[in-house]
Design a protein around this ligand. Structure first.
Ligand code: NCD
Length: 307
């Protein structure tokens, strides 16, 4: 039985197959309408979510399966003090696969050790968010036609942004990837990403704080929200929250074929005037999230691709 806890749980070859399956799903949706008939997905969300939880549920419903679950810790037995280990043992009796989001780093890993069904990490604290990364990879591959030889700018909260950590880990496995890491000093990537991922793989990167200067060289700009819920003190959040605001003026500095991604939700970091720009890809990206999660559920449940 396989789980997805970290983007590296799949090899580059397996990711390529999964993205191919997601693309086939995108173009032939009705063909997949019954491949998971009779299967159940449990969504165990101990932290707020709109896209991730609902796109998982839409994915399972699109495959003909059913969904059950909870959308906040308060509405589960966690509020009574139940451990993740006990909860997953119970859920294993009710569902065939589960997606878990938890504020504590490593909670889905613990769940996987006690589970008899595949566990998907749907975001653990400030650590990882591998299904967002699969979404991002599908989006980049669709828009740019490749996952190699790209200059990728990551901008905003690189310290607490789990989508950033997962995306960097996944992208360093492709050739010719360069990163421009754009953030205030206090929100730079964690040391383990710098040493264990970027330096270890000898990936070219620079850490800067000026978005305007970085714009012209980027093929992809990945904007992120300052992660309010991970701050220890409100004053720091207020000081840093509007560090970057992407607007029409800044978009003028970018290449004609650069694309803007954002895992969403957006707060202030992308002005709504940018939504009309053909290079704004973040809403398209959310749609790709459904196809990639359909492909992931099929892969982990070992469901055959229909002819
Ligand atoms: C992200 C997350 O939860 O980490 N959202 C998402 O799943 N699309 C990004 C964020 O909350 O800023």
């Amino acid at each position: 039985m396989r789980h997805l806890l970290n983007p590296l749980d799949f090899s580059v070859e397996e990711i390529s197959q999964l993205l191919d399956l997601a693309s086939d799903i995108e173009h032939n949706l009705p063909k997949y309408a019954h491949v998971c008939d009779g299967k159940k997905l449990a969504t165990l969300f101990y932290e707020p979510s709109t896209r991730t939880r609902l796109s998982f549920e839409a994915a399972m419903l699109n495959l003909g399966g059913n969904v059950l679950g909870f959308a906040s810790a308060d509405s589960s037995s966690a509020a009574k003090g139940e451990s993740v280990a006990d909860t997953i043992r119970i859920i294993s009796c009710y569902a065939d696969i589960c997606a878990m989001r938890h504020p504590k780093e490593g909670a889905p890993l613990v769940a996987s050790q006690f589970s008899s069904i595949p566990v998907i990490n749907a975001g653990d604290g400030g650590h990882q968010h591998p299904t967002q990364t699969l979404t991002d990879l599908l989006t980049i591959r669709n828009l740019k036609g490749r996952l190699d030889n790209l200059t990728v700018g990551l901008c905003g909260d690189l310290k607490f942004g789990r989508t950033v950590h997962s995306l960097i880990e996944a992208l360093v496995r492709y050739t010719g990837i360069r990163f421009v890491l754009i953030s205030p000093q206090e929100l730079r990537i964690p040391d383990y990403i710098r040493t264990d991922v970027l330096d270890k793989k000898q990936v070219e990167y620079k850490e800067v704080d000026n978005l305007d200067e970085a714009m012209p060289e980027l093929d992809i700009l990945y904007m992120t929200r300052v992660q309010k819920e991970r701050f220890f003190n409100e004053e720091d959040y207020i000081r840093l929250k509007d560090s970057y605001i992407l607007d029409r003026q800044k978009m003028k500095l970018a290449k004609k074929d650069m694309f803007v991604l954002h895992p969403l939700p957006r707060v202030n970091e992308i002005s709504v005037e940018v939504d009309k720009d053909p290079r704004a890809a973040y809403f398209k990206q959310a749609q790709f999230g459904v196809y990639v999660r359909m492909a992931l559920i099929m892969t982990l449940l070992e469901v055959e691709k229909p002819c």
